[in-house]
Ligand binder design. Structure first.
Ligand code: 4AD
Ligand code: MG
Length: 432
């Protein structure tokens, strides 16, 4: 019989036909004269059934030798099986061992977080971790789809930069030959230049914050999607954000059903994520907090417990707009009718996942920008190019940054961002 090399994902196209699949043994269960092999190949999971009376002695013996994570080529007939998760099962006829794996450190029993983090290179093989990484990849696909379909151009800002974007306290320093350089905290300033050249742009890349924060929402290295749009004002910025986030969530629902099931995610909470999203001002948020027993003064920034409390009133992400100018970045445009607040918004995800987007309209007036440089003690030389954008055909423009990992955590329903990225860089963790 001829055989077709295929993946578990595509097995359904070969029902009642012989196929060969390159795979690993996830688990094995024996009951007398039948061996049930749980197989995985990265594309999915499938059960292979070896019946002693129907295979050669060699195949039966070899199946018995397989340890967890052993690699093999397995051959069999694809059977429809409505009881199984993937919908198909393999009636095994042949089995070729590639390698019998040494004793695998991650067993189906419970392991502590540190142990799993030390074995992250193996941990990502487990069904849960695989599901998260598949959802992450789908989110990235949906992000690119959204912007590419709307005429945005992908632009790549630099990783090594001579100055800071989001403040100087959490910069990673390095030497750039004789000069000082920093790992980027955000591509935004460069994206503003790109928006003046290409109109509507977005970037997708790694960003770095040397933050001594050990929380379930902070990574040292995380990935950001940063759109920047010429001629777009604060209000329009919010509309694009809510459409964008709705699109991403709906795309995951459509394309990652199995993964969301593996993660036991409450799908109804995600189905509800459709634009428009509620908006409240910073002032209203402060009132709300005070009414609900939080000690909070106008002018303070929200911490995680505040964000969670505010988000609890909504079953969609909520925009908090018009923060005090004092506590926000130097580039945000003051509200013309009330310059003590800026035309900005943070998008707070529901279910306690906190801020997933920070965005604003940008200052377009060169004089005000120079004033800000002084106030924030930013050297005029370092930011001269950024000021140029306000001198040569300045226009109203806005943008935002979506943190990929917090978005993955929210959509997957995870307790901690450490599981949202293949190899998390956390405070005091650089291995593996
Ligand atoms: O609010 P942030 O700091 O905004 C900026 O960097 C702007 N320059 C973006 C822009 O307008 N182009 O960061 C944006 C988002 C946050 O809302 C959060 O989702 C994520 O990035 N983020 C982090 N994610 C994981 N770990 C960290 N340490 C993060 N810091 C920010
Ligand atoms: Mg922010």
């Amino acid at each position: 019989m001829s055989r077709t090399l295929c993946t578990i994902r595509e097995a359904g196209k070969h029902v009642e036909q012989p196929v060969t699949i390159g795979c690993w043994l996830h688990n094995i269960r024996s009951s007398g004269k039948i061996r049930f092999l749980q197989l995985r190949d990265g594309s999915g999971f499938m059960q292979g059934v070896v019946v002693k009376s129907e295979v050669s002695e060699e195949v039966w013996e070899n199946a018995g030798k397989l340890t967890q994570e052993s690699s093999l080529y397995i051959t069999g007939i694809v059977k429809e099986d409505t009881r199984s998760k993937g919908g198909y099962e393999l009636t095994v006829t042949g089995l070729e061992i590639i390698q019998i794996a040494s004793e695998y450190p991650i067993t189906p029993k419970e392991h502590g977080v540190d142990f799993l983090m030390d074995h992250r290179h193996l941990w990502i093989r487990s069904p849960r971790q695989r599901a998260i990484l598949v959802v992450r990849a789908q989110i990235i696909r949906a992000v690119q789809e959204f912007f590419d379909e709307r005429g945005f151009h992908l632009v790549d800002p630099p990783i090594l930069t001579p100055s800071s974007c989001e403040g100087t306290t959490n910069l990673f320093h390095t030497k750039y030959f004789e000069e000082d350089a920093y790992l980027t905290q955000s591509g935004q300033l460069y994206m503003e230049a790109a928006a003046m050249a290409l109109g509507r742009v977005y970037s997708f890349g790694p960003t770095f914050r040397a933050e001594k924060s050990k929380t379930r929402r902070h990574l040292i290295e995380f990935w950001m999607i940063e759109p920047e749009m010429a001629f777009v004002t604060h209000e329009e910025n919010l509309e694009i954000q809510e459409q964008f986030v709705s699109h991403v969530v709906q795309s995951v629902l459509k394309n990652c059903r199995k993964e969301l099931e593996t993660l036991e995610r409450d799908i109804s909470k995600l189905e509800n994520i459709q634009a428009p999203f509620p908006r409240i001002t910073y002032d209203e948020a402060v009132e709300f907090l005070k009414k609900n027993g939080h000690e909070f003064e106008w002018g303070e920034d929200f911490g995680a417990p505040h964000e969670t409390a505010i988000a609890q009133s909504y079953d969609k992400p909520v925009f908090i707009t018009h923060y005090p100018t004092e506590i926000k970045a130097f580039y945000m445009k003051p509200d013309p009718s009330r310059p003590e607040v800026v035309l900005c918004a943070d998008m707070i995800a529901p279910e306690g996942y906190g801020e997933i987007i920070g965005g604003s309209q940008r200052i377009d007036d060169p004089e005000l920008m120079e004033e800000r440089f002084l106030q924030h003690e930013l050297s005029k030389e370092a930011y001269q190019w950024y000021l140029d954008l306000r001198k040569y055909g300045s226009v109203p423009h806005s943008g935002f940054g979506l943190g990929l990992e917090r978005t993955v955590a929210w959509i997957c329903g995870l307790d901690h961002v450490r599981e949202t990225i293949p190899f998390p860089r956390l405070l005091y963790r650089l291995y593996p």
